[in-house]
Design a protein around this ligand. Sequence first.
Ligand SMILES: [Zn+2]
Length: 407
Amino acid sequence: MVDRFLEYVRFDTQSDDNSDTCPSTAKQLALGERLVIELTELGLRGVGEPTPSMDDNGYVLAELPGTTGGVVGLCAHIDTAPAFDGCEVKPQIVEAYQGGPIEVGHGVVIDPGDTPELLECVGDTLITTDGSTLLGADDKSGIATIMGALEILTREPGLSHPTVRVCFNPDEEIGRGADRFPLERFDCPVAFTIDGGFTGEISVETFSADKAVVTFKGVSVHPGAAKGKLVNALTYMGKLLDRLPMAESPECTEGREGFYHPVVASGDAASCSVQLIIRDFDTRVVEERGLRLKAMASALMAEETRLDVSVEITEQYRNMFDVLQGHPEILDRLERAVRAAGIEPQLRPVRGGTDGSRLTAMGMPTPNIFAGGINLHGPAEWVSTRVMGQVACTILNLVQVYGEERG
Ligand SMILES: [Zn+2]
C-alpha cells in the first residue's frame, strides 16, 4: 500500500479551475491509466464490461464481484489542489518519528505546536514532502488505501463481502468531481469517499449552501446638480452589507454555526450588485437567511422609494445528512467498521461541500471516511503509514459488515 502511494504521488495530477475540459488537465489521465493497469493486475472486472477501464471524462471504474449479495461503492479523487505546486513531488520518509519539529527542506518545518496530530504519531513512519511541493496525500492516500484493501480482498477469498465497485474521479479539488460521475453505470445504493481527515474522522454532514445575488438600481444624476435627485446604488449596497449580522460571518463562526459571506461586488453609482454565499448545516436556516436578505432589501426600498433592490437566490448544494438521516443503517455500519479497526469514530461536520454531498443529492448516499493526510494543499502535508493502515482496515471492516448483513 505504501509502495503504491509513493508511486502515485510522483504523478503530477494538479487540476485547473480555468480549464473547461474534463478532466481539467490531461495529466490526470496518466495516473488514471496506471490505475486501470493495477486494477486489472489485481484481477478486478470492469463495471458492465470484462476489464477495468477509464471513461472519456477520466473516471476510472472497476468491480470486485461479491461473495454475498449487495453492492457498495468506494471513491477517491485523482487530482491534487491547484493551490500549491504538485509537480515533481519527492516524498521523504521519516522512520520511527521521535517527536519534535520536522525540517522537511526548503525552510518548511512541521511543528507539533501547530500540528498536534504529530503528537499521536510518535514511533510511526511518516511520509512528508521535501518542502517544494504539496504531497498529494489528498487524495492519493485514499486511492492507495482502497487499492490496499482490494488487494487483501482478492487474496483472502474467505472474507465475505458484497460486490465492491470502485470509482477514481478527476477534478474534486475544483468542485467538479460529481459533474460527470457515471452514476447510472456505477449503480451503487451507497458509496463512501475516502478523502482527507485524521484517524477516525467520518463525515455524514456538510453545509447546505445557497448563493444570493443582490442587485441595486439607483437614480443617476450629474453629481454637481444631484441634490435631492441622485440615488447612489453603491451607498445602499454599503448599507445592506453593514446590516448583515457580524456574528453570522465566517470570521465569527465555527463548528456547526452558519454564516452570510459577501464574496464579490461590482458596478457603479447607477447600478451595482453583490454576490453572497449563505451557509448552514440546517437547510431551513439557510432558507431563512435568504428571506432575511429579502426583508433587508424591502426595508431599504421603503427608506428610499426611488431605489430598486432585487434578491436572486440559487441553491448550490444541500447537507448530505438531509438524505442520510433517512438511512440510519449507513452511519451505524460505518461507525462499527471504524470501531472494529480499534478507533473511536469522530463525527466531523464539513464546513463546505464535498463531491459526496452532491452525489448524495443525486441519489447515491456518500459519506466520507478519513484518508489520514494532514496540512493538505501545502508543503507541510504529511501522512502516517500507520494511519493509512487504519484507513484500509476500516474499508475492509466496512465491506465485511455489509457482507455479513447480506450473507
Ligand atoms: Zn480531497
